[in-house]
Design a protein around this ligand. Structure first.
Ligand code: PGA
Length: 252
């Protein structure tokens, strides 16, 4: 059965000290009262990875980077490679977040290199996709997301594809307090699963974890996660406080 995943995306928030405190608080709640069948992931800044890995019970809480370099190593000042991420003990990497695409010019070509390096280094990519408001208003979201997938992770072999998770995050719902309706989220995730089935076969599609992200919180997670194609969430704002994050983990 495919995994349920609730991943926090801390973005550019928390100092190391605050991050360790947050990780410890989440870990404590997960170990004592967290749903056992949910994979919990904390997506921290690069600087925090090693410390957060050390602060959590790795059997209950995984750790993700929010990005990695598109090159394996070398003269790329300021970059952090997939191998470096892996060497911290982190197991996941969020790739293709809309903020990276929008503010840092990440293209499908860049993402292909990042996904390949993440996989080559044994990291599980959480690959993000999703449309802007103008695309949704033109009712072109399906074609838009299909292209995002076709230009990137649909180029992988079925074996490599089966190692990653997908997060659908409509840009208009990220950090805005406007969640996609349950029907909109379910419809898109079912559409994505259908595309995976066409490309890689039904068995692969059934095993792929597809998450929803965008203003997901303790209030709406229950209804979202009850949908047949929604396998969890990528959580920004509501992952920055342990007491906000736990009810999302336990929303199944
Ligand atoms: P949000 O962010 O939950 O604050 O909307 C989600 C994300 O960007 O991953």
């Amino acid at each position: 059965m495919r995994k349920k995943i609730v991943a926090g995306n801390w973005k550019c928030n928390t100092t190391i000290q605050e991050g360790i405190e947050l990780a410890k608080a989440v870990n404590e709640l997960v170990v004592t009262t967290g749903a056992k069948d949910v994979v919990v992931v904390l997506g921290t800044p690069f600087t925090h990875l090693t410390s957060v890995v050390a602060a959590v019970d790795s059997t209950r809480v995984g750790v993700a980077a929010q990005n990695c370099a598109a090159e394996a190593k070398g003269a790329f000042t300021g970059e952090v490679s997939a191998a470096m991420v892996k060497s911290t003990g982190a197991e996941f990497v969020i790739l293709g977040h809309s903020e990276r695409r929008e503010y840092y010019g990440e293209t499908s070509a860049t993402l292909n290199k990042k996904v390949a390096l993440a996989l080559a280094n044994g990291l599980t990519p959480i690959y993000c996709c999703g449309e802007a408001l103008s695309v949704r208003e033109a009712n072109e979201q399906n074609a838009y997301v299909k292209t995002q997938l076709e230009e990137t992770i649909f180029n992988l072999s079925a074996e490599d594809f089966s190692k990653l998770a997908i997060a659908y995050e409509p840009i208009w719902a990220i950090g805005t307090g406007v969640t996609a309706s349950t029907a909109q989220a379910q419809e898109m995730l079912a559409f994505i699963r259908g595309l995976i089935a066409e490309k890689f076969g039904k068995a692969v599609a059934e095993e792929t974890s597809i998450l929803y992200g965008g203003s997901c919180n303790a209030k709406n997670a229950n209804e979202l996660f009850a949908q047949p194609d929604i396998d969890g969430g990528l959580i920004g704002g509501a992952s920055l406080k342990a007491e906000d994050f736990l009810p999302i983990i336990n929303a199944y």
